[in-house]
Design a protein around this ligand. Structure first.
Ligand SMILES: Nc1ncnc2c1ncn2[C@@H]1O[C@H](COP(=O)(O)OP(=O)(O)OP(=O)(O)O)[C@@H](O)[C@H]1O
Ligand SMILES: [Mg+2]
Length: 334
């Protein structure tokens, strides 16, 4: 999609709500081979901020999102949520915590029960919050529908009676019903027509401002991420390649992989220097990731040394972090 970048980032520092350190998730393929889906990922998300996770298909974005909510169990690492070590919680404790963390899915249709009216779908979510039945619950349902731009009239309809954009609004209302602090939105607009995408993104931005939501926003589409997020984290084959403010990463990407992504999906921005980086081939298998820098086999700037060690995600100054031997202090190309 091509939509103008509507706003610039509020640069004031925010206290972290989420701090993830050394997140690892391995799956097991037939024959006991390890799938390195996520390796050593660090993430910090400030209160009320939206951090975007971008990367090609298979880079590990969904796995990060699901692991943070413990919808799948992490293999390693730590996650602090509002000061609590979430990965150390028992299953019982986790049930309480889960209310504070919700997920919005890519495909709103398959995530809504077709046999339930919208009222029943939202009531189900309100039940976990312990809302009284009757009037209070009905009032809250209408309030939630109005919050996402729908109306009381919609409550008695079924999911198939809505458009894709409206269904995603229902998915958002359902996630908000339990008053979460943190939302993982996994490709929330990827299944929608381009004309509807901006409306749903604007709704999410409006809700963030009104409710102070903190969000991890996952998309393979850099223009969507640039539009929706304060900060961008670029992933490749399970690892973070670069992170920085949305503006910095889109105007002057430092990692060769971010440069390739931006060159492939230009974001309309007259102040941006154009970068042309060819990126051939496919993402390698996470069962046998390249040694050293995982991007080196497709990197136009790779050196022999890139095969030797995994480059750490390094602070290069001004709030920017890059995992590349070729990028030095101040973002200078070496
Ligand atoms: N349950 C699983 N068992 C084995 N491998 C898995 C499992 N789930 C994910 N993977 C693998 O982990 C890697 C990362 O997958 P993930 O779905 O997180 O990527 P993604 O960045 O979300 O991709 P997409 O943009 O296609 O949604 C992929 O190679 C995938 O095949
Ligand atoms: Mg995914």
């Amino acid at each position: 999609m091509t939509i103008a970048v509507a706003r610039d980032v509020d640069q004031a520092p925010a206290t972290p709500l989420i701090e993830v350190r050394g997140l690892v998730k391995h799956f097991y393929a037939p024959g006991g081979r390890i799938v390195h889906a996520v390796e050593d990922v660090d993430l910090t998300i400030g209160r009320g901020r939206i951090v975007g996770l971008v990367g090609e298909s298979g880079s590990g974005k969904t796995t990060v999102g699901r692991t943070l909510l413990r919808l799948i169990e992490p293999t390693g690492g730590r996650m602090s949520f509002d000061g609590t070590d979430v990965f150390a919680l028992s299953a019982r404790e986790m049930r309480q915590w889960r209310r504070r963390m919700q997920i919005i899915f890519q495909d709103p249709f398959s995530s809504l029960n077709p046999r339930l009216t919208i009222r029943a779908i939202i009531a189900e979510a309100l039940d976990t919050r312990g809302y009284a039945k009757g009037r209070a619950r009905l009032d809250r349902t209408v309030e939630l529908l109005e919050l996402v731009g729908l109306s009381a009239d919609h409550a008695s309809r079924y999911p198939h009676e809505f458009s894709g954009g409206q269904r995603q609004r229902i998915g958002i209302a359902r996630a908000l019903a339990v008053e979460p602090d943190f939302i993982v939105a996994d490709e929330p607009v990827s299944a929608l027509d381009v004309s509807i995408q901006a409306q749903v993104l604007n709704l999410m931005e409006d809700l963030r401002r009104r409710l102070g939501l903190t969000m991890l926003f996952i998309s393979h589409d850099l223009s969507v991420i640039a539009y929706a997020c304060d900060e961008i984290v670029v992933m490749y084959l399970g690892r973070v390649m670069e992170r920085g403010s949305s503006r910095d990463v889109r105007i002057a990407p430092l990692h060769p992989y971010s440069q390739a992504l931006i060159a492939a999906a230009p974001v309309p921005d007259p102040s941006r220097r154009r970068v042309h980086v060819p990126l051939g081939g496919d993402i390698p298998s996470p069962i046998a990731p390249p040694s050293g820098c995982v991007f080196r086999t497709r990197c136009p700037k790779a050196l022999p040394a890139c095969a030797e060690t995994v480059p750490p995600l390094t602070d290069v100054g001004q709030g920017r972090f890059v995992a590349c031997l070729r990028v030095g202090a101040g973002g200078v190309s070496l």
